[in-house]
Each structure stands twice: as C-alpha cells, then as structure tokens.
Design a protein. Structure first.
Length: 86
C-alpha cells in the first residue's frame, strides 16, 4: 500500500521530525500517526442521541422481558378503595 503525500508542509514536518529523531520519514510519520490515534481513541466521545426507533426498540424489549400488563394500576399503592391517600 502506498501513501503519497503532496502537501509541502506535511513533507517539511516529516523531514524535520525524521532529522530530530534519526528515524526514516516513513517511521516518523507512522509513529506520529500511531500516537495521534492513541490520543483520539482515548478521548471521550459525545454520546449519540437515540433515535425514535431505538427508543421504541427499548420499549419492545422491556415488554418482552417484563410481560405486557395492560390492566396494571400503577397508583394502587397510593390510594385505598375509597380513593383516599393511604
């Protein structure tokens, strides 16, 4: 595989780095890219916003896991048989 760099500034930087380190330009560029990739991989990424379809899929999974209970009264523990707070 060949990477052909035609940017003058990139070539200057590669030559300077190679001269400072005693490495070949290819090795200097490779190490610089590896170091940059390491930093980028370690950097926290913003979380992707969930799409509507992803949220609905979560709901479907919950129904599968817990079972669908359409007549479940979520307020039953709050009120007595007369509708008064417990």
């Amino acid at each position: 595989m060949v990477l052909h760099i035609t940017d003058d500034r990139a070539c200057e930087l590669a030559a300077e780095l190679a001269a400072l380190t005693g490495e070949t330009q290819a090795r200097a560029v490779t190490m610089a890219l590896e170091e940059r990739l390491d930093r980028e991989r370690a950097r926290p990424r913003p979380r992707k916003k969930a799409t509507v379809e992803e949220i609905l899929a979560i709901g479907r999974q919950v129904v599968r896991d817990l079972g669908y209970q359409p007549d479940l009264d979520h307020t039953a523990f709050l009120y007595d048989e007369r509708g008064m707070p417990k």
